[in-house]
Design a binder for this molecule. Structure first.
Ligand code: SF4
Ligand code: SF4
Length: 243
C-alpha cells in the first residue's frame, strides 16, 4: 500500500496515537528527508547548547531549492546506521521537547498559501497514512486543532508563516536565483542566528535600528524575538518593506 494523503479540516477528528510501546517505534526516524525551518534550528541548537554556526556544520546539509532558488537546510542522516536521524536513540527522540515542526505535526501536514492581492495567509491540512505507521490503529481521537495545541505547534506555525511570507514574496518578485549578497543575507537571517546577532550588536548591520525599539530590546533577551527581528530585517533588505 502506498501512502495516502487525506484532506482534513481543522475541526475534523482523526484517530492516532504514538507511544514508546508501539511496534513501529522509531520507524519514522530513519530514511529521513528532514527539512529544517529557521525556528527548528533555533530550538535544536539551544537544546544542544551549541551555536547556530556549529549546529549547521555538524548536523545539516544545505542546497539550493530548484524551484525557489533559496537555500534549504536538511538534517544530515547517519549513513552508517541506515540513514537514521542523528537524534534518535533506543528510547526514542533525544531532543523530543525541541523536535522539528514536521516531527511534531506528523501525521498532519499543514500547507499555507498567501493571497496575492490581500496578502492573507490561509491554511489547509491533510492526514498522511503510511503503511509502516501503526499509530492510526490506536483509539485515541482528537481534532486537528487539538493536535496542534497538544504538540506545541502554535509558535512553530507562527514563525514558519513569517518565512513562508518571505518565500512567497520572493517568488512573486524575483523568480529564479537570488544574487550572491541576497543569498548570504537569507542564509544568515534565517539559519545562522548567532552570526546575525553578532553582526547586529557589533553594528555591522546598520538599518536594524530603524525597527520597533521594543522588538530590538526583546531581541537582546529572547532568541525567538531575535529571529522575528532577523526575518523582518531580511524582508526589508529584499523587498524594502517593514510591514
Ligand atoms: S528529531 Fe526526533 S522525532 Fe524527529 S526524526 Fe529525529 S529522532 Fe525522530
Ligand atoms: S506510530 Fe507512526 S509516528 Fe509513531 S513511531 Fe510509529 S511510525 Fe513513528
Amino acid at each position: 500500500m502506498e501512502h495516502q494523503l487525506i484532506p482534513i479540516s481543522i475541526e475534523d477528528s482523526f484517530t492516532f496515537s504514538c507511544t514508546p510501546g508501539i511496534s513501529c517505534f522509531n520507524e519514522c526516524c530513519r530514511d529521513l528527508n528532514q527539512f529544517l525551518t529557521p525556528y527548528d534550528i533555533l530550538r535544536l541548537r539551544k537544546r544542544l547548547d551549541i551555536s547556530s554556526t556549529e549546529f549547521l556544520s555538524r548536523y545539516t546539509t544545505q542546497h539550493t531549492g530548484p524551484e525557489t532558488g533559496l537555500p534549504i537546510v536538511r538534517l544530515r542522516e547517519d549513513p552508517t546506521s541506515g540513514n537514521k536521524c542523528p537524534f534518535v536513540t533506543e528510547k526514542g527522540c533525544s531532543v523530543y521537547e525541541d523536535r522539528p515542526s514536521s516531527c511534531r505535526a506528523y501525521p498532519i501536514i499543514r500547507v499555507v498559501s498567501r493571497n496575492r492581492e490581500s496578502g492573507i495567509l490561509s491554511e489547509h491540512f491533510a492526514l498522511i497514512k503510511e503503511p509502516h505507521c501503526r499509530g492510526h490503529e490506536q483509539r485515541y481521537q482528537q481534532t486537528v486543532r487539538e493536535w496542534i495545541h497538544n504538540q506545541g505547534l502554535a509558535i512553530y506555525n507562527e514563525m514558519n508563516d513569517m518565512l513562508m511570507e518571505i518565500i512567497s514574496l520572493k517568488n512573486q518578485r524575483f523568480p529564479g536565483p537570488l544574487d550572491f549578497i541576497s543569498l548570504r543575507h537569507f542564509q544568515m537571517a534565517c539559519y545562522d542566528l548567532d552570526s546575525f546577532r553578532e553582526q547586529v550588536f557589533h553594528q555591522q548591520i546598520k538599518n536594524v535600528s530603524e525597527f520597533d525599539p521594543q522588538l530590538i530590546q526583546n531581541a537582546l533577551k529572547s532568541d525567538t524575538d531575535l529571529l522575528k527581528l532577523s526575518l523582518k530585517w531580511l524582508k526589508f533588505k529584499l523587498f524594502g518593506t517593514k510591514d
